[in-house]
Design a protein. Structure first.
Length: 314
């Protein structure tokens, strides 16, 4: 079995616009800065893992256009294996317009998603090679494709573990969405997604439902981020809070993607839950130090030094 992670999901060409304030209806805002770069949730997580020195096979789809060429090139340069990328002639690459607004220490983010090429059921995917990895991350918005992969490891590769993100599952039909989460070996998301998927508006009630439902599910643990408030480890018998690393955030774009990468890093090293989420919190915090999702992603040495030197509230 190969060391590292196979990731299946989305890549997107991101266009950033930075303003002092988000305009209201009929108003305008002066653009202070704009730039473009590779992005997309799965691609960001893959780039973060590769930056740590972890082998990554990234599988996604792009359009046969300049953005698609740049997306593949950037991920290859980041250290990802992109030999199985799908290039579509009849679709443009996925694109995001990200508006970052507000004063520097209190910035908000608004994302406009122009959907383009992405993996779907029926694509020719390197299934056997993906399942030859220790962990496979599923971060896809096609529920049929996710369902296909959720059925595979038990039959084809029992040693392979599935790591799921809640990012797109939360958009599924409510009756099926939570069940999809519980079919992964481990999953991560944020408190908003957990509330939506459990159908509980109160966070403690969401934790309580998750703990009960984890008892008889394939999923053993949930890693739930809560931004500056830290993150939670949810198991059938407990909920454990881990504090965030204190930083002055510049831009939170990609913080959740980096959190997922940190959790996978810990899972690959078979760390205790607390260390897994500590790594997730560290990478999530470090990703917020510059504009864009990947500009501040750390190397392994940088991440370890950050964790060793940071003072975290008890």
């Amino acid at each position: 079995m190969r060391r590292g992670v196979a990731t299946l999901g989305l890549s997107s060409w991101d266009q950033f616009v930075v303003t002092d304030a988000y305009p209201g209806p009929g108003e305008y805002a002066v653009v202070r800065h704009q730039f473009e770069q590779s992005g997309g949730t799965t691609a960001n997580t893959s780039a973060a893992l590769a930056r740590l020195g972890i082998p990554v096979m990234f599988v996604s789809a792009v359009g046969n256009d300049a953005q698609g060429t740049a997306l593949i090139s950037d991920l290859r340069a980041a250290g990802c294996n992109v030999e199985h990328m799908i290039v579509r002639d009849n679709e443009p690459s996925d694109t995001g317009i990200i508006v970052i607004s507000g004063a520097e220490q209190h910035r908000d983010r608004t994302i406009f998603w122009i959907q383009g090429a992405k993996p779907v059921l029926g694509d020719h995917l390197p299934v056997e090679e993906m399942l030859d990895h220790q962990w496979v991350m599923l971060d896809i918005d096609d529920p049929r494709l996710r369902n296909f992969f959720l059925d595979l490891p038990a039959h084809q590769s029992p040693r392979t573990k599935l790591f799921g993100t809640m990012t797109y599952i939360v958009e599924m039909e409510p009756a099926a969405a939570w069940g999809h989460v519980l079919r992964h070996d481990a999953a991560c998301g944020n408190v908003r997604e957990l509330r939506a998927l459990t159908g509980e508006t109160d966070l403690d009630a969401a934790f309580a439902k998750a703990r009960v439902d984890l008892i008889a599910s394939a999923c053993r643990v949930l890693f739930i981020s809560h931004g500056a408030n830290g993150a939670y480890i949810v198991r059938a018998d407990s909920v454990t809070h881990m504090p965030a690393f204190p930083i002055e955030p510049v831009d939170t774009t990609g913080a959740g993607d980096a959190f997922a990468a940190g959790c996978l890093w810990g899972l690959l090293d078979r760390c205790p839950d607390e260390e897994i989420v500590r790594r997730g919190n560290a990478l999530g915090a470090m990703a917020c130090r510059a504009l864009g999702a990947r500009a501040a992603l750390p190397t392994m040495d940088e991440a370890l030094a950050f964790m060793a030197g940071a003072e975290v509230p008890g």
